[in-house]
Design a protein around this ligand. Structure first.
Ligand SMILES: *Cc1c(COP(=O)(O)O)cnc(C)c1O
Length: 386
């Protein structure tokens, strides 16, 4: 049987895959089983931060696999400690908890906010506010956090204690805080799955001030927007705010599973022994991979991300058939006159892999995509849109 039919027979039908089997790649180019070449403008949904099979990343992974691949959280290992140190230096946060995915990072962030608020304000203070159109994950709790009803159907009852308010509406946020006992406010500064929308600057700043005034933990979900994607290490750094909790995952280990909860000054000691855990969390191979990724996200790399972003905003913004370019950095949404699904299919036929988000085409190329490939991909995308 072919790989495609074996997969269709034995893999649960949760994913609608494209009829393409990817067998290898290098950087931002990947090849299918028939030898066809594609420029990768999706990077595994923002995961392969430095592309496919990157040499430096491979060295970090292979080097660590040859030393120790797993020891559990009963012992100290170097990559875990060093990665946590770098994450704190780059974020301004104070402590880190490692898990394995974005949803798990958000679960940890929610637990941290709930414990902090229960201890300070009593056990009835557990409600978390999130935004309509947000996406925070697929576990029952992060689904409850996700402000999109269509994900909720069929899985009731979800974890109680979440309310959703419209994005960029400061009054609605203030009202929700006044009318409920609020244990945390959680948001993506740049909504990803919800349609690649950067929140308004004034709104994010007002939310941060409200949280600080009322002693409510502010959780910023940097699962997609973090790790250099926005042109800064974390998207909140474009907004001049300091969150209390940051969750991140996707691009952090460049293609290996990892999730991290970063705890700021106020919540740094919220977890004590036994409060939280994860068997694979802090895995030395994932952490060594992430350390190599994080060490490469320096000011020079971030500057190049912003430059590539400006090129795409400028070029695609003027293109026929594209009505709006949204997002930030190399997290870009295109509103197209043709349905995004059709544009995506034509791009794929012409050798460019893209993503969609809601009714938009979404681009999340590797942070180090070479400029020639970016230009070539932009040309193919524009042709498909026109
Ligand atoms: C992808 C994503 C998640 C979920 O991450 P998983 O690793 O799939 O669990 C959570 N929040 C945001 C903003 C995401 O983009």
């Amino acid at each position: 049987m072919s790989i495609i039919s074996t997969d269709q027979k034995y893999i649960a039908s949760t994913y609608k895959r494209f009829p393409v089997e990817i067998v290898k790649g290098r950087g931002s180019e990947v090849f299918d089983a028939e030898g066809k070449r594609y420029i990768d403008m999706g990077s595994g949904i923002g995961v392969t931060a430095f592309g496919i099979a990157d040499e430096e990343w491979q060295q970090a992974v292979i080097g660590q696999i040859g030393k120790v691949q797993h020891m559990s959280n009963l012992y100290y290992t170097e990559p875990c400690a060093k990665l946590a140190e770098q994450l704190c230096l780059k974020s301004g946060m104070k402590k880190v908890f490692f898990g394995n995915s974005g949803a798990e990072a958000n679960e940890g962030a929610i637990k941290a906010a709930r414990k902090y608020s229960a201890e300070k304000k009593g056990s009835s203070c557990y409600t978390i506010i999130t935004l309509i159109n947000s996406f925070h994950g697929r576990t029952l709790t992060t689904l409850a956090a996700t402000g999109q009803d269509h994900f909720h159907q069929l899985f009731q009852p979800l974890t109680p204690g979440f309310i959703h308010v419209p994005a960029n509406d400061t009054e609605a946020l203030e009202r929700a805080v006044d009318e409920n006992e609020i244990a945390g406010i959680m948001m993506e500064c740049i909504q990803g799955e919800g349609g690649v929308r950067a929140l308004d600057r004034g709104y994010v700043k007002a939310a941060a001030k409200l949280c600080s005034d009322k002693d409510i933990p502010l959780i910023i979900d940097e699962v997609q927007s973090g790790n250099g994607r926005s042109g800064r290490m974390y998207s909140y750094q474009n907004y001049d705010i300091m969150p209390d909790v940051v969750s991140t995952a996707k691009g952090l280990a460049g293609g290996l599973p990892i999730g991290a909860v970063l705890l700021g000054e106020k919540l740094q000691d919220v977890f004590s022994y036994g409060d939280h855990g994860s068997t694979f969390g802090g895995n030395p191979v994932s952490c060594a991979a992430a350390l190599s990724v994080v060490n490469r996200i320096d000011e020079q790399l971030l500057e190049s991300v912003r430059k590539k972003s400006a090129y795409l905003f400028d070029t695609l913004g003027k293109a026929e058939g594209i009505t709006e370019v949204s997002g930030m950095g190399l997290m870009i949404g295109l509103s197209t006159i043709r349905p995004a699904g059709e544009v995506l299919a034509e791009c794929m036929r012409n050798g460019v892999l893209c993503l969609t988000a809601k009714d938009k085409l979404r681009l999340l190329p590797a942070l180090n995509i070479p400029e020639e490939l970016l230009r070539e991909a932009a040309g193919i995308i524009m042709k498909a849109c026109s």
